[in-house]
Structure formats: C-alpha cells, structure tokens
Design a protein around this ligand. Structure first.
Ligand SMILES: [Zn+2]
Length: 232
C-alpha cells in the first residue's frame, strides 16, 4: 500500500513537472501497478495547428478551429464508446509555446517536436492527426487519409477512409504520406486525416456546421473501432 502511494506521488509529481504534456486533456490516468508506468491511453488525437499557426484558410475560416471542434467531438465519442483518448491541444494555442526543451528558433520545429515527444511520453495504441485540406481548385472535395509505410498504419487509414467515404459519399483511397514528419517520427501506428477541403464551398459548410462535424467525428470513431476489431 505504502509503495503504491509513493509511486502515485512520484507519478503525480512527474505529471505536474513535465512541461511537455502540461496541456494534455484530460489529466492522465496513472497506473501504479505497472512498473513506472507511462501515462497511457488508446488514442492520441493530434489536433493540427493552433495559436499563431492557423493552418489552411478560406473565407475567414481557419483550419485550426475546425480541427479543434472535430477533435473535441471525436474525444467525447471515443470516451463514450469506452475507448480512452487524449487530445494534445484543447484550446487555441500553439504547441510550440509548450515546448521549453527543444532549443531552436524555429517555431515550426518546436511544434513538431512537441507533438512527437508527447507520443513518447504517453503510451498509446494509435495516433490520429486531424487536418483540413486546401486546393486552388475550388471543385476539389472529399476526405483523404495519409498513412505510414507500415501495415498497421495502412490498415487504420483504410478503415477511416472507408468510413469517411461513406459519410461524404466519395470513393477515395488512402495514400502513403511520405514527407510528413509526424508519420516518419511516431512509433505507434499513425495517420493524418484530411477531413475535407476548406477551399470547397461544399466541404467548408460541412466542416463548420456542428451537426455535420459530429458526423465526421462519428465516421472517424467508427473507422478506429473497425481497425481495433481487426487487430485485436
Ligand atoms: Zn493542416
């Protein structure tokens, strides 16, 4: 019992002193039965952009706000379905501001290294990174899921792409996202989800409507459940 209390105190101290996940929501469960357990979850929701970095934009709408709105809905859905999840951004701020350990002048690099570091400090089964696409062709629309080279990531991408295709009445295939830092660096199966095009009137109205955001989040959650059903 005493050992458990001491471990819990150390773990709490670690959670409180580690700046790199100070803003992760919710406060992380710490399992004291495992040896020095890392905080753990099933899904890390990487919420694209934030703060000074608005991401793609069109007609006064910023990608960062859409990413956060859908992420919140996805988080609640997953938890209600018994799948623990954490979000790495819960408000409108840049993750680079949380990063006090990577000494570089580049805000972009700080942002990316912060996102990667969290995946090392929080044990998880998979990561989904939420984004919105942009094209100069206003007619381009629909979801696109990018994956790592490894098979689990491709399977996860396939499941989510399929669910989003059904939700948005499209028939796209997922693709390998070779140049993406996050996909290269993250060890767990990870995918980048471009939920639609901010440059398309059709997609933008879907992505800014709370009820239809809920449909997008539900499709992503169902893809994640499908993937887990296959691999477990
Ligand atoms: Zn983006």
């Amino acid at each position: 019992m005493l050992r458990k209390i001491i471990l819990a105190m150390i773990a709490l101290w670690l959670v409180n002193t580690s700046s790199s996940y100070a803003n992760v929501w919710p406060l992380l469960p710490v399992n004291t039965d495992q040896d020095w357990a890392l905080p753990s979850t099933v899904v890390i929701i990487d919420v694209g952009h934030g703060g000074i970095d608005g991401g793609a934009s069109a007609a006064d709408i910023l990608e960062k706000d859409i990413n956060l709105a859908v992420a919140r809905k996805l988080y609640l859905l997953l938890r209600s379905q018994g799948i623990p999840a954490v979000m790495n951004r819960t408000g409108d701020y840049a993750l680079s501001e949380d990063n006090r350990w990577h000494i570089t002048r580049s805000r972009h690099r700080k942002d990316l290294s912060q996102r990667r570091q969290l995946t090392e400090e929080i044990e998880s089964e998979l990561l989904v990174s939420l984004h919105v696409n942009w094209s100069k062709k206003g007619s381009r629309r629909g979801p696109l899921v990018l994956h790592q080279k490894r098979g689990e990531s491709a399977l996860l991408a396939f499941c989510i792409q399929d669910a989003l295709n059904r939700q948005q009445n499209t028939a796209f295939l997922p693709r390998e996202g070779k140049p993406y830092f996050l996909l290269k660096q993250v060890k767990q199966p990870a995918v980048i989800i471009e939920m639609g095009y901010i440059s398309s009137d059709n997609d933008r109205s879907m992505l800014t409507d709370p009820r239809r955001q809920q449909d997008v989040a539900a499709a992503i959650a169902s893809g994640i459940r499908q993937y887990r059903w296959v691999v477990h």
